[in-house]
Write a protein that binds this ligand. Structure first.
Ligand code: ZN
Ligand code: ZN
Length: 418
């Protein structure tokens, strides 16, 4: 097996017609080295302990290569990224992809790997094989995106988590930062740093098609790419994973790769949730403060209604799965309909007081938004807040400053902020 893997990692018989790509194809004259190239292949395979079967002749049709590969039983031909006019074989774990030079050349990293392998190709008409260490599913997503760029086709408008992850991480590693940045921009449209955008999105925290458990992977991605402003919404989304087992132990992708929070980030999320609870309760208390609007003409009944809203909210928090969310709207028409129904339908808030609650809530939520890095205790350079500890890059210690700066929400926060 090992022998075959080594063999595959070097080169492979070229399929069908010669490549049409303009990339220079470095070939060596093997006639001086081997009097009979096919005999030499057979000798290499025999040494590797492999059964000799269906060894394609140089320039064999693609069908022969496919039969040869499946006969060897070592690699699985990808059903999607397999270009019949491909000139390079890409191996990721046990999956083989066939692609053109012109597609792979869109990634400087892959282009270099192809050139290195092509220089090792000994037999005329054989194609280079590059072996990548990334999971095959990630490579498939990345090559698919490269192909779309190559063909001037738009990328998917609503990429899956797997596609976002693959294109962002491999975009970074394979030197296509634009691909990474397009995925991050897609995330930033929802995991935004702008309160108005958040509200305009219907207060939806993750892009369409993504669910809270995906936030576990997104948190790793934000760390990996230094996409700091994604952190607050992603961390809050992690705290909203209802299944404690998934929250602590993670979940498995289709290819069985485990996606889980790193220990440090698990601690960040647990601490964040505690502080979110405190802020959520504070916010509700401030929204429902028993103080009627100046223009109110029914002070008595409006004060009664506000007191009831306070009590009602306290009863409801234990029944809501997201009661720890400090960005939750505690005052909305739907809330009014629920709170002033049944035995409590006699409670009523005048339009002046109702409008006052809306404005009050808006102000409180906007302040909460600015404070998110402080509430979550995470440093987010570039966040539109004013905390010198959490909203800016770490500043070098000034002489005599003893390394301590202050956060409005804490007396003193030391440099241990994550
Ligand atoms: Zn009133
Ligand atoms: Zn702060």
């Amino acid at each position: 097996m090992l022998g075959m893997n080594t063999f595959l990692a070097g080169s492979y018989p070229q399929a069908g017609p010669p490549p049409s790509d303009p990339v220079p194809h470095q070939q060596q004259d093997v006639s001086a080295m081997f009097s009979d190239p096919i005999a030499e292949i057979e000798r290499i395979m025999a040494e590797a302990g492999l059964v000799q079967q269906n060894i394609p002749t140089v320039g064999a049709p693609l069908a022969d290569i496919e039969r040869f590969m499946s006969g060897a039983g070592l690699v699985q031909q990808d059903t999607e990224v397999w270009d019949p006019l491909g000139t390079v074989m890409v191996l990721a774990r046990e999956v083989a992809f066939l692609a053109r030079d012109s597609v792979l050349a869109l990634s400087p990293y892959l282009a270099q790997r192809v050139n290195e392998e092509r220089a090792k190709v000994l037999l005329p008409g054989w194609m280079p094989v590059i072996r990548l260490e990334e999971p095959a599913a990630d490579v498939r997503h990345f090559l698919r995106a490269l192909k779309r760029l190559h063909d001037n086709l738009p990328l998917e408008s609503t990429p899956s988590f797997d596609s976002i992850w693959a294109c962002a991480t491999l975009g970074q590693k394979y030197e296509r930062p634009d691909l990474r940045d397009r995925m991050l921009a897609h995330l930033k449209a929802y995991c935004t740093d702008n309160y108005d955008t958040f509200h305009a999105n219907g207060r939806q925290r993750l892009p369409p098609g993504l669910e809270f458990p995906h936030a576990i992977g997104l948190l790793s991605l934000a760390r990996l790419t230094n996409a700091h402003t994604l952190l607050p919404i992603i961390i809050m989304s992690c705290t909203m994973i209802e299944d404690a087992d998934i929250f602590v132990n993670g979940w498995r992708r289709d290819d069985d790769i485990k996606i889980r929070l790193k220990g440090k980030d698990l601690a960040v999320c647990v601490a964040a949730e505690r502080r979110m609870v405190v802020r959520a309760i504070d916010n509700a208390g401030m929204v429902y403060m028993v103080e009627v609007a100046q223009a109110c003409r029914s002070r008595g009944s409006c004060e009664d209604a506000l007191q009831w809203l306070n009590a009602w909210h306290a009863r409801m928090v234990g029944r809501s799965p997201r009661w720890h969310d400090p960005l939750k709207l505690v005052w909305a028409p739907t809330v009014a309909a629920k709170a002033f129904s049944g035995p409590w339908k006699h409670f009523r808030l005048c339009n002046h007081c109702s409008g006052m609650l809306e404005r009050r809530q808006d102000g409180i939520l906007r302040r909460t938004w600015k404070d998110l890095p402080c509430i979550l205790t995470v440093r987010v350079p570039g966040w539109p807040g004013d905390c010198p500890v959490h909203c800016f890059d770490e500043m070098p210690d000034a002489p005599g400053a003893s390394g301590t700066v202050r956060c409005r929400l804490e007396n003193a926060v030391h440099a241990s902020v994550m």
